[in-house]
Design a protein around this ligand. Structure first.
Ligand SMILES: Cc1ncc(COP(=O)(O)O)c(C=O)c1O
Length: 359
């Protein structure tokens, strides 16, 4: 009963995920449905991951390795870091909660941009901590505005780089200047969920700041690695920050299939390369098709595009559903005439464009 809820819980807006394929099939009696709503990998997971998961099934009577030892060691080697620089989570979104639990006192605040990934705000507020919002300027993070918003109670600054839902990014110079000009009582969380899709030459190499700055970088296996359903993400930081996070996370937060699946997918460079090619090619196709239709969009460093459909966002979403295309309406982000579409396979991208023309 809601009267039993802790103070503040009833004013939390639950996160709305993309509409599932089966739900659309069921509701609209459609046989073919294309989900371009959650920035997933349309090529599916790596075959290597599936084989490794199959082999691990027989050991499901055992608890997972609580430290994700093999996964951690492997990825550390690949990235030229130490295992002590890593902590894994049940998706990178779990690590957002872990960060808040580990670092934010009750009277401290976090700074988020607007629009950006909504979970920063929702999770911070769910823990009863205050959020300060700094609006984006021309769909880009306002780094000076964020710096100015920092006060003596600010503990965390969340930066999605590249950003979701805009697809824009903050460049190396901006990040370096920002990190050099903030108090050392502030932790910057740099969420690089879409890192593998970036092709901008001046995108920051955040690894070089890890040693000297209060910086936590988040990455995920949900996007380019195609393992969103397994739930694996990780944080990289200096060992002191990682130690604080390890103290508050649950002991078995990453299940055994997730650990072996993620570990095997690191070995599948071909799948990653193909994924990147499909996204880069798909983006070109979509940009050119949108240009022809005459609809504005935001240039993206990710596997999705924010499109101004020049009509009500929710209405566009509903109408596209009837053609079996699921996109994400942007009402929750107050972008009332925009939808966000994930770059899919050739067939999916064409379907989206055809349906868009119809509506
Ligand atoms: C910017 C950003 N960060 C984090 C996530 C969550 O990723 P995960 O599946 O690892 O929880 C998403 C998912 O859409 C995202 O867009």
């Amino acid at each position: 009963m809601s009267r039993l809820a802790k103070k503040g819980v009833m004013s939390i807006q639950p996160y709305q995920p993309g509409k599932p394929i089966d739900e659309v099939k069921r509701e609209l009696l459609l046989e073919e449905v294309y989900k371009l709503a959650s920035n997933e990998n349309s090529l599916g997971p790596s075959k290597k991951a599936l084989t490794a998961i199959g082999k691990a099934l027989k050991d499901l009577n055992r608890y997972p390795d609580g430290s994700s030892f093999y996964l951690k060691t492997k990825i550390a080697k690949k990235m030229g870091m130490k295992p002590e620089n890593f902590v894994f989570g049940n998706g990178s979104d779990e690590l957002i909660a872990v960060i808040i639990q580990a670092f934010m006192n009750e009277d401290e605040n976090a700074i988020v941009a607007d629009p950006t990934f909504l979970e920063y705000r929702l999770i911070t507020e769910a823990y009863g901590r205050r959020v300060k919002v700094v609006p984006n300027v021309n769909m880009k993070y306002d780094m000076d505005g964020i710096r100015k918003a920092i006060d003596d109670k600010t503990k965390i600054v969340f930066i999605a780089n590249p950003d979701n839902p805009t697809g824009t990014y903050v460049n190396d110079k901006q990040i370096t200047k920002f990190l050099e000009n903030i108090p050392d009582s502030v932790i910057v969380v740099m969420d690089e969920a879409y890192y593998d899709f970036v092709d901008a030459k001046d995108y920051p190499d955040t690894m070089r700041h890890l040693k000297d700055r209060n910086l936590i970088v988040l990455r995920t296996f949900s996007k380019a690695y195609g393992l969103a359903g397994l739930r694996v993400g990780f944080a990289l930081a200096n060992p002191e920050l990682i130690d604080c996070m390890n103290r508050v996370r649950l002991p078995f937060n990453v299940n055994s299939l997730a650990q072996v699946g993620a570990s095997a997918s690191i070995d599948d460079a071909t799948h990653l390369k193909k994924t990147r090619q499909v996204v880069l090619k798909g983006k070109k196709f979509l940009y050119s098709a949108l240009d022809k239709i005459g609809l504005p969009y935001v240039q993206s460093q990710t596997n999705f595009i924010l499109v101004d459909v020049k009509m009500d966002s929710w209405e566009a979403f509903q109408k596209l559903l009837r053609y079996g295309v699921i996109v994400r309406d942007m009402k929750a982000y107050k972008l009332d005439s925009y939808v966000r579409v994930t770059v899919g396979t050739d067939k999916e991208n064409r379907k989206f464009i055809e349906a868009l023309k119809e509506i």
